[in-house]
Write a protein that binds this ligand. Structure first.
Ligand code: HH2
Length: 333
């Protein structure tokens, strides 16, 4: 297997041979590292035009800057904010505040997938998420909504209530019917890597080479989705930070994140408030991990990630506004 890794840069001015990384207005590359076993070769960016091609994300959203996806967990037990948006009123208020703070997408979830979490029955997950989506739409908010679920029936109900995208942390591995929902609705679907299930994933995660193994897995899941009738242009990929990964696995994936552009799909990254941020910064309380989360979001932005899934929308939007002003072509004028 040969891996192509566009080396991301944001410094200015750009040399004439610079290419926009996956259509980014801020991240560019002029070199692609080709890795085949132990052999490493450097190619000019122009040899690989697919790496410069803009990715389709969601209609009416820009695809040349990182989008901020605000997390609304309608759960009693999510790892950092469980119970804080568990009523309809609280979830709606959270969604409205995130939109006012500049969220580009809202990700509504009714089942925690934190390590050790138990499955939530379909009827309960629908009862948690669908009224929230309906209330958001009834309030006049048109911001695209993603439904964070592994289950076909939940996705179907959420799309019927006004959701625009499916976020499946099992990458079609949990519910065999979910692909058909994506095919029929034609909405974007995020396929995320996880090793194991939420019940088992943090017991002893192991990889020989985490970057290439996660890459290979996502490539296989994209192929599977396409074989089931999903349009490749619908697929969004996610390396699954914290899902069956140690601190070192997470850091390796973050450092190598831009390699995932060669899968041809937009990259979604969900690192917000996760354990490795607390471990590295010495902050045990997950709700206090905003600064570390913003640091990781900026690192991901610098690698051309298209969607950043975060709890702290206002802070991330502010950080990205500065990052955008300091990078990108417009920054020179
Ligand atoms: N992480 C979580 C949930 N959904 N979806 C994607 N695509 N990527 C992620 O990294 C991701 C995700 C876990 O975070 P959170 O929703 O805050 O917690 P919980 O699962 O406990 O509700």
């Amino acid at each position: 297997m040969t891996y192509r890794h566009a080396r991301p840069r944001t410094d200015l001015p750009r040399p004439p041979q610079a290419q926009a990384l996956a259509g980014s207005a801020h991240v560019w590359f002029d070199t692609v590292e080709r890795v085949d076993g132990t052999q490493r070769t450097l190619d000019a960016a122009a040899s690989w035009p697919d790496l410069a091609r803009p990715r389709a994300i969601l209609p009416n959203l820009p695809n040349d800057r990182p989008l901020v996806m605000g997390i609304v967990n309608v759960t009693p037990d999510s790892f950092s904010d469980g119970g804080t948006a568990f009523t309809l009123e609280a979830a709606l208020a959270r969604a409205c505040a995130m939109v006012a703070a500049g969220a580009d997408i809202l990700d509504i979830g009714g089942e925690s997938t934190r390590p050790g979490a138990q499955d939530v029955p379909v009827v309960d997950e629908i009862a948690r998420t669908v009224p929230v989506i309906m209330a958001i739409r009834a309030s006049g908010i048109t911001t695209p909504i993603s439904i964070d679920t592994r289950k076909a029936r939940v996705a179907e109900a959420a799309l019927g209530a006004g959701a625009d995208m499916i976020n499946d942390v099992s990458a079609l591995g949990y519910d065999p019917d979910l692909a058909a929902v994506a095919v029929a609705s034609r909405v974007p679907i995020c396929l995320m890597h996880a090793q194991g299930t939420p019940q088992t994933m943090q017991s002893d995660p192991r990889y020989d080479d985490v970057l290439t193994e996660v890459y290979d897995y996502l490539a296989q899941r994209i192929d599977l989705a396409v074989s089931l009738g999903v349009d490749a242009a619908q697929v969004i990929t996610d390396p699954g930070i914290g899902f069956g990964k140690t601190k070192l696995h997470n850091l390796t994936l973050l450092r190598g994140l831009s390699m995932f552009h060669s899968l041809g799909a937009p990259i979604l990254l969900g690192a917000s408030r996760k354990r490795f941020i607390g471990t590295i910064s010495g902050v045990e309380d997950a709700s206090l991990r905003m600064p570390g989360s913003v640091a990781v979001a900026l690192m991901a932005a610098g690698q051309g990630a298209q969607i950043l899934r975060v709890h702290d929308v206002a802070e991330t939007v502010q950080a990205l506004a500065l990052w955008r002003a300091l990078t990108g072509e417009g920054a020179t004028t």
